[in-house]
Ligand binder design. Structure first.
Ligand SMILES: NC(=O)c1ccc[n+]([C@@H]2O[C@H](COP(=O)([O-])OP(=O)(O)OC[C@H]3O[C@@H](n4cnc5c(N)ncnc54)[C@H](O)[C@@H]3O)[C@@H](O)[C@H]2O)c1
Length: 213
């Protein structure tokens, strides 16, 4: 990393996963270099936006050459922390909790799904891929000798704050919250809310706008 990334705006950081995804596609097609103009056509950001974004980290391109795809992919992986390993637990082994545990790509990226925790006795004891569903009462003892980086909340909305408070006490470093609840966490805890319905409602809005045209 060539510059201090601490002061980079979250707007830029939130665009990085898209660069990362597209660069992986290029590597899979054995493309070795790309100009900001070509990246722009692929990604939909302007070439100047792309140059500005990547300059926040010291700039990786060379005039007249463009970007080395593998190098840029590696740098963005590093900036995003995707070269690390993260112990992850999921609370709530319903539809969504099971789907996340089943998604083996997270594992490949270093997010190790250690266990799901559930209160429903009918789900406790299941194995999702190779991730066990344990009794929520075992949470503390299970985590006692482990460092847990990320706690994923996949419970119903009503339980979300209590679950977050329990995760904070464990402690976890970050919470990935899927429940449609505005949970409160101390500043020391990284919180990322994913509200799938927000994204769906944008589709609904765009469909409505298209119909009006
Ligand atoms: N499934 C989706 O596609 C989807 C989409 C958008 C949002 N969400 C949100 O994600 C969350 C999970 O959705 P779902 O479809 O998996 O629900 P679900 O009802 O299938 O699963 C929730 C699970 O959490 C468990 N649970 C509740 N409180 C608990 C606690 N204190 N400790 C341990 N386990 C507990 C329940 O027993 C249940 O098995 C919900 O808040 C939902 O609104 C889900």
């Amino acid at each position: 990393m060539k510059k201090d990334v601490k002061n980079v705006s979250m707007a830029v950081i939130r665009r990085l996963p898209k660069y990362h995804r597209r660069l992986k596609e290029l590597m899979d097609k054995d493309v070795t270099r790309i100009s900001s103009k070509e990246l722009s056509a692929m990604i939909g950001f302007t070439a100047s936006q792309i140059r500005q974004d990547l300059n926040c980290f010291g700039g990786f391109g060379q005039q007249g050459y463009g970007y080395d795809v593998a190098e840029l992919y590696g740098e963005i992986s590093r900036i995003l922390g995707l070269t690390g390993e993260y112990n992850t637990i999921i609370i709530g082994a319903g539809n969504l909790g099971q789907a996340i545990a089943n998604y083996s790509n997270f594992e490949k990226k270093g997010f190790h799904m250690l266990a799901l925790f559930e209160k429903n006795p009918r789900l406790i004891g299941l194995q999702i891929r190779d991730v066990p569903v344990l009794d929520i009462d075992e949470l503390e003892s299970f985590c006692a000798d482990k460092k847990i980086d990320i706690g994923v909340i996949c419970t119903n909305k009503e339980s979300a704050q209590d679950v977050a408070d329990t995760l904070i006490k464990l402690p976890v470093k970050a919470i990935w919250n899927f429940a449609p609840a505005d949970i409160q966490v101390p500043e020391s805890i990284t919180l990322e809310n994913v509200h799938l319905s927000d994204s769906l409602y944008i589709i609904s809005y765009l469909l409505k706008m298209n119909e009006m045209e």
